[in-house]
Design a binder for this molecule. Structure first.
Ligand code: DX5
Ligand code: ZN
Length: 221
């Protein structure tokens, strides 16, 4: 399965955001992971449509927008217009998840569904065939730089076993606490889209991006 790096710009230097996006894109990241927080679903506030719109001209890589927002369907049109390619909503934040997924797909975006650490993967059974990606949070959402919660990897294994048994070629994304040191473990569990914030932007973002991609190649060998 194709392995994709999705650097999270939450950990980037906002004073030079466009440049940071260009650097990771140029170094081989296929997705740009964009964390939108509403101060309700998660305690923090981050940024929204105007910021996404302003960095859209910097790259044609996939804008993977992680909506940590209550009832994210309210913003689907605006996110599409701002430049989102893939809109990932939390199962816990959608009262009518099926409708929200249809709305996203109807707008021509790819649809992802995220679950928090304490949410079991079984809640996604009914929508697995409709979504392009499932995001399994490895930390409680809201902040960068946290440590991966070990039991969440078992959920990745469980979901990969399940999608394999259904013959579904589903992208499984993981987010939170992913580093060069645990990337092998996360890939072995069955994830193929890795979000990394501080592990990429905490140092030279281009060098770190290349190091992750090298890891992917070694793992696939
Ligand atoms: C956390 C966000 C993450 C975060 C990851 O709520 O969804 O995308 O930026 O950051 P690290 O890789 O530093 O844990
Ligand atoms: Zn995220």
């Amino acid at each position: 399965m194709r392995k994709i790096l999705a650097p999270s710009i939450l950990a980037a230097d906002f004073a030079h955001l466009g440049e940071e996006v260009r650097r990771v894109a140029g170094a081989g990241a296929e997705y740009i992971h964009i964390d939108v927080m509403d101060g309700m679903f998660v305690p923090s506030l981050s940024f929204g449509m105007p910021v996404i719109k302003s960095i859209r001209p910097c790259t044609d890589k996939v804008f993977d927008v992680h909506m940590m927002v209550e009832e994210p369907g309210r913003y689907a049109d605006a996110m599409k217009e701002a430049g989102a390619d893939l809109l990932c909503v939390h199962q816990e934040a959608c009262r009518h998840l099926d409708r929200t997924i249809s709305q996203i797909k109807g707008l021509g975006m790819k649809a992802g569904v995220a679950i928090n650490p304490a949410t079991p993967v079984g809640v996604l059974d009914c929508v697995l065939e409709q979504v392009d990606m499932v995001l399994i949070m490895l930390v409680n959402p809201g902040f960068g730089g946290q440590k991966l919660i070990p039991y969440t990897l078992e959920k990745v294994r469980q979901l990969r076993r399940h999608t394999d048994s259904l013959g579904l070629d589903l992208d499984i994304q993981v987010d939170g606490g992913v580093t060069l040191n645990n990337a092998d473990q996360v890939l072995a569990a069955g994830a193929n889209v890795l979000v990394t914030g501080s592990a990429v932007f905490g140092g030279d973002a281009a060098v770190n991006t290349q190091a992750f991609i090298k890891k992917f190649e070694e793992f696939s060998r």
